[in-house]
Design a protein around this ligand. Structure first.
Ligand code: SF4
Length: 220
């Protein structure tokens, strides 16, 4: 895909949604970090329900440590893998307090050193809490980047590195959210909505879906 097409794709995604953001509800870098840890293999909606309960009683590392692992589990037990997530969150809070004065670090290496925080989570926090031009390649972005031809790659890291290199600078900061939302609602895994896709004429996917024939033409 050439630069003109890539630019046109992001211009269209920007016109449709000038200020995209995450669907996770948060009011501080710490809340976002916890929500992202909880979101592995869970829906944003499910995470938001649990964090609404949790953050009402504990939204700082010290407060979650005071809840303890069992107390934390009580608040997040509706979320898949809550046992291991609770363990990681407690240990993460302990390290935030002991190593970072209770503050989420704006630094990839320090973030990735926290339990339950991998490259993807660090990228989300750096981008969404701190405004860094990082791109966290999840299943949606991986699919959209490969299908459209925006950034073809065999692994999430390869796609991330290509996107960071190829997305025009003016779109880099918001590219993450435009691509996730596009993958979640339009370029869906099983049935991409190509007939209603705003970038269909720019997308290089070879197996685009067709519009269903209308009732009249079916009966004609
Ligand atoms: S045209 Fe289809 S495959 Fe291409 S981005 Fe749009 S929905 Fe996805």
């Amino acid at each position: 895909m050439n630069r003109e097409k890539r630019t046109a794709i992001f211009q269209r995604l920007r016109s449709a949604n000038p200020a995209p953001t995450t669907e996770l509800v948060f009011s501080s870098p710490f809340e976002l970090l916890i929500a992202v840890i909880l979101s592995a293999q869970a829906t944003d909606k499910g995470v938001n329900k649990a964090t609404a309960r949790l953050f009402a009683i504990a939204n700082s590392p010290a407060a979650i440590l005071a809840l303890g692992e069992e107390g934390l589990k009580e608040q997040i037990r509706t979320i898949g893998l809550f046992n291991s997530k609770a363990k990681n969150i407690i240990e993460t809070c302990r390290r935030l307090v002991s190593d970072h004065a209770g503050v989420v670090p704006r630094d990839r290496k320090a973030l990735e050193a926290l339990p339950g925080v991998g490259r993807k989570t660090a990228n989300v926090v750096l981008n969404t809490a701190f405004g860094e031009p990082t791109i966290a390649v999840d299943t949606h972005i991986f699919r959209v980047a490969n299908r459209t031809g925006l950034a073809v790659g065999k692994t999430p890291l390869a796609v991330e590195q290509r996107l960071v290199r190829l997305v025009p600078t003016e779109f880099l900061k918001d590219a993450h959210h435009w691509l996730i939302l596009h993958g979640r609602y339009v370029c869906k895994a099983r049935s991409p909505d190509c007939p209603n896709c705003p970038i269909s004429d720019l997308c290089e996917y070879k197996e685009k879906t067709m519009a269903l024939p209308c009732a009249r033409s079916r009966t004609a």
